[in-house]
Design a protein around this ligand. Structure first.
Ligand code: SF4
Length: 437
């Protein structure tokens, strides 16, 4: 049993309470790192610089909202920031001088179990650089998952980044033990990837992605047909994710979303991740402008339309250059391109029609359809109670034949904050906050 000399909810003696106060995030991470090694002479060289590497340190704790109303904390572990690859956008690339750290599987497991025991996290997210051959790193990842699942009987959530170029048996084993497996595609095609990641192969990533997908789909189908969920061998059934760097190449949003749509066609994918490119000091792309964070946001919104709102890939509206408009969200852009579909009558519209209205999400659409027969909707305040973002939706709606506001939807758009951050000054970063999701 690991104890740190503090507890939550201490009452009584204020001096004692002070010494028993809940540690903040930095203190928690320091305490957890101190568990990494039993070495009485202090940490080994591979762990001496963990405080010097900022966002590339081995540990962090992230809070997530996996579903509305739910919260979950993940211990995020960067198993090593050492890498033999030389990706042009990456702060951990081989040729960039920086302190390197490495946690061994047993150390990582000890740290995670302590954090979990303290209630600081419910699940684990593991990512890693690739020092040496991918099969060696995969062996270490598998060792972590085997220790947690089969020795320590941890039944909770584990999300792991698969290292492309591994052996098929390794992919199978890792997927069997993980709740979620993700892969970094980085670019929408091989030609683009070669420009920014010369050691990576799009076809290898795609091959390994398809292998994981096959296993995940089999597991999801088996569970849908009554196979009991095995918490120690969840088979990746939470669904895969895949990551893209946005703006490091000239690839358009259209190209990215087309690739994602193709990748999702075979099933097994939960959602994509996007990381807006940031120029990192001492890398070949140091002088390349940063990608606006708003572009990343618009891509998430468009991917959500494709995944949860029933939009087809060819319904997404792009600007002349092939990118999503920054000044309005993709659903509003579609609505403005389809005036023939509006206004929508709330009292009779189908669930699908309601979902197409800006300001109405899946939950609000479901509530409207479920409740409009049993309650009297009188106006915007009633719609607001059902979850409608009325300042966006009002101009697109009718209620029993009556307009809900006199301003037309095209004029209404002028009131929406576009969060425009195009033209921001050039900032060069030490690390990219989104690179390792
Ligand atoms: S993106 Fe990954 S593989 Fe490429 S240099 Fe960075 S850590 Fe290594």
């Amino acid at each position: 049993m690991l104890t740190f000399g503090f507890s939550s909810g201490t009452v009584g003696d204020p001096c004692k309470a002070e010494s028993m106060r809940e540690p903040d995030l930095e203190q928690r991470l320091d305490l957890l790192m101190s568990l990494a090694t039993d070495d009485r002479d202090g940490p080994p060289p591979r762990l001496r610089h963990t405080k010097d590497v900022g966002a590339l340190r081995p540990l962090n704790i992230r809070s997530l909202r996996p579903a509305p109303g739910k919260r979950m904390s993940l211990l995020r572990v960067l198993m090593t920031n050492a890498c033999s690859y030389n990706c042009h956008y990456c702060p951990m690339r081989r040729d960039r001088p920086m302190p390197r750290t490495l946690l061994k599987p047993e150390e990582l497991v000890r740290i995670f179990l302590a954090a979990h025991q303290q209630g600081w996290c419910q699940g684990l997210f593991i990512t890693t650089g690739i020092p040496g051959h991918p099969t060696k790193v995969m062996d270490d990842l598998i060792a972590v998952l085997e220790l947690l699942r089969e020795k320590h009987r941890f039944a909770g959530y584990i999300h792991v980044k698969l290292v492309p170029g591994s052996e098929v048996a390794q992919i199978d084993r890792l997927t069997a033990l993980a709740s979620r497996v993700s892969l970094n595609f980085e670019a929408p095609c091989g030609a683009s990837l070669a420009q920014i990641a010369p050691d990576k192969s799009f076809s290898t990533t795609l091959h390994d992605f398809e292998r994981v997908r096959k296993l995940v789909v089999l597991e999801q189908e088996a569970q849908a047909h009554g196979k009991p969920h095995d918490p120690f061998h969840p088979g990746g059934a939470s669904g895969m994710t895949m990551q893209f760097v946005v703006g490091a190449t000239s690839d358009t949003d259209h190209a990215l979303l087309d690739t994602i749509s193709r990748l999702k066609t075979g099933g097994g994918v939960h959602h994509p991740h996007f990381s807006a490119f940031r120029p990192i000091s001492n890398t070949p792309l140091e002088n390349t402008p940063a990608t606006p964070a708003l572009r990343e946001h618009r891509l998430y919104q468009a991917a959500y339309l494709l995944g949860s709102y029933g939009f087809a890939p060819d319904e997404v509206v792009y600007g002349p250059g092939g990118n999503l408009p920054l000044a309005m969200d993709p659903k509003a852009a579609w609505a403005l391109n389809h005036p023939e579909c509006f206004p929508v009558e709330i009292s009779s519209a189908s669930h699908e029609e309601l979902l197409r209205v800006p300001g109405i999400g899946p939950l609000a659409a479901r509530r409207i359809v479920a409740q409009r027969g049993s309650i009297v909707l009188r106006g915007l305040s009633d719609l607001r109670k059902l979850g409608v973002i009325t300042h966006r939706a009002a101009g697109f709606l009718l209620l029993r034949g009556r307009r809900l506001q006199t301003i037309r939807w095209s004029e209404q758009l002028g009131f929406w904050a576009p969060e425009e951050d195009v033209g921001a000054q050039h900032i060069v970063y030490q690390v990219s906050p989104g690179t390792f999701r």
